[in-house]
Ligand binder design. Sequence first.
Ligand SMILES: C[S@@+](CC[C@H](N)C(=O)[O-])C[C@H]1O[C@@H](n2cnc3c(N)ncnc32)[C@H](O)[C@@H]1O
Length: 183
Amino acid sequence: MIVKEKYYQIIDEILSNDFEGKIAIDATLGNGNDTLKLLKAVGKTGFVYGFDIQELAIKNTKNLIGEKFQNYRLFSESHENINKIKSADLIIYNLGYMPGSSKEITTLASSTEVSLKKATEILNEGGVIIVVSYLGHENSLKERETVDSFIRNLNQKEFKVEKREFINQVNNPPIVYLIEKKV
Ligand SMILES: C[S@@+](CC[C@H](N)C(=O)[O-])C[C@H]1O[C@@H](n2cnc3c(N)ncnc32)[C@H](O)[C@@H]1O
């Protein structure tokens, strides 16, 4: 497959790079699918941290991981506190609401921006942030505009940035932003 048509194929492409032994953060746990991918990417010698404001997300993520990995820690708090982790090589934001759960509880423009700013500060050189942004939920357009503007304005001397869009798809497909801190 050369051209992707699903957002998770882009995540998989990024995670196929060598992150063995690295520190990763899932900034929006949800059902834990991304956390499990991060654990596989960093292997047993790496470590994964996760954040979500919903207890259900912590529970679902733990259930999904099961006994397969022990090298992770989950925080039942907002990703605005992401800087309690002092450095990271790989950070994922999968914005919006938790699939299969309440659509009322979503990420929000202001807290996402606060967190993203901190994420760019704790990111190690050569490290990557992946942001998946959806439209459809309440406040989603404001969040998209805020995220887009924040990433667009990152200093190009410090960060490489890509915006991946599935521009021939109907029904507001997600946009994937990629940020890499230059070495
Ligand atoms: C699209 S889901 C994440 C999907 C997930 N990564 C997966 O693999 O299933 C978005 C999640 O962000 C969470 N969320 C909303 N606001 C948050 C915040 N301020 N900090 C951390 N998580 C938040 C929601 O509770 C929801 O579980």
